[in-house]
Design a protein around this ligand. Structure first.
Ligand code: EAX
Length: 326
């Protein structure tokens, strides 16, 4: 009799333990960026991670990795496509290697300002572009922002395109950027972001180009003398998730991940605005010489031959549709 009661209690305890485990079963996923945590990109993934955990009541935990800890942007995107890493937050720099259609957004001087870029990305054109990622093994959760890119170098002030001629600049691994920068006479060196600081420090390249939030968080003022606010390219960022991993989520959890990415993008864009507002003052105080008013018309005119090529590649009507968005 006693033995049977003990066995019953043991069975009950085992069931409770199993239920307890089930109630607290947690799936851990990884997300990475190539810049420091204290940055517009760090804010994006930290907000995303917090929101996913909150909205799924802890059923999903997002482990965040910064400063290229899991590799550069191209490497991380590749890992997400393969499924060895569930998520990445990246600029669109390396994206054309995976989703060629997306390179349209990398065309110099295509976007008037951040409001225009955000309206395009959050509107029909941008949402249609997100759908292009599905067939390439990605679920693109949301657009976010890197910002308008500016030129830095250690050699000379850049006021006109002629000042760019012969400069060895690191570029992202992006075919549109490389073609455009060659149009300025730049000697282009495509390179993953985690290698850039050392390359600048050692003089392997003379300069690079990035938004103020990246220049600030990467402390490029320590290895670059000159900054010119060329704003030559608007650089989106994007939340990418392995498609098969996303498809396995319940309908409710799919929505939680999508909403968390939108929250992350909201926090990210707010931090870009903050950094843009104080960046020039901060970088000047750290010793950079800043050219604030370059003659943008001269830079645009210099790219006329390249634009003719882009009109052919992407269809002038598609580019005009983007320009027409208010
Ligand atoms: O954070 O590789 C680059 O220059 C990109 O802007 C990257 O997002 C740096």
């Amino acid at each position: 009799m006693q033995k049977r009661a003990t066995l019953r209690n043991l069975a009950a305890a085992a069931v409770l333990a199993a239920l307890g485990m089930a109630a607290h079963a947690q799936t851990v996923m990884k997300i990475s960026i190539s810049v420091a945590q204290n940055s517009h990109q760090g804010v994006a993934i930290d907000t995303f991670a917090r929101e996913v955990e909150r909205r799924t009541n802890g059923r999903y935990k997002i482990q965040t990795f910064y400063a290229g800890a899991l590799g550069g942007e191209r490497e991380s995107i590749e890992s997400v496509q393969l499924g060895t890493q569930e998520l990445a937050f990246s600029s669109t720099g390396p994206v054309p290697n995976f989703v060629p259609e997306a390179r349209m957004f990398d065309i110099p001087f295509l976007f008037r300002d951040k409001a225009h870029a955000r309206a395009v990305l959050d509107g029909q054109i941008g949402q249609d572009m997100l759908a292009q990622f599905d067939s390439k093994g990605f679920k693109a959760l949301a657009w976010a922002e890197n910002g308008f890119r500016h030129m830095t170098n250690s050699k000379r002030a850049v006021n006109t395109p002629d000042d760019l001629k012969g400069l060895k600049l690191r570029t992202m691994e992006n075919p549109v950027h490389v073609a455009a920068y060659k149009g300025f006479g730049i000697i282009t060196t495509p390179m993953a972001f985690p290698e850039v600081f050392t390359a600048l420090q050692q003089g392997t390249v003379d300069g690079q180009e990035n938004p103020l939030p990246v220049i600030m968080s990467a402390k490029f003022d320590q290895v670059q003398k000159h900054l010119s606010l060329t704003g030559h390219v608007y650089s989106p960022c994007i939340f990418l998730m392995n498609k098969a991993t996303f498809d396995k989520l319940s309908a409710a959890d799919k929505q939680h991940f999508l909403d968390a990415a939108k929250e992350g993008a909201r926090a990210n864009r707010a931090r870009v605005d903050e950094d843009d507002a104080k960046g020039v003052t901060e970088l000047r105080a750290k010793g950079m010489q800043v050219v604030e008013n370059v003659d943008k018309a001269k830079f645009v005119n210099q790219l006329a031959p390249v634009y003719a090529e882009f009109d052919k590649q992407f269809g002038k009507s598609n580019l005009d549709r983007i320009r027409a968005v208010r």
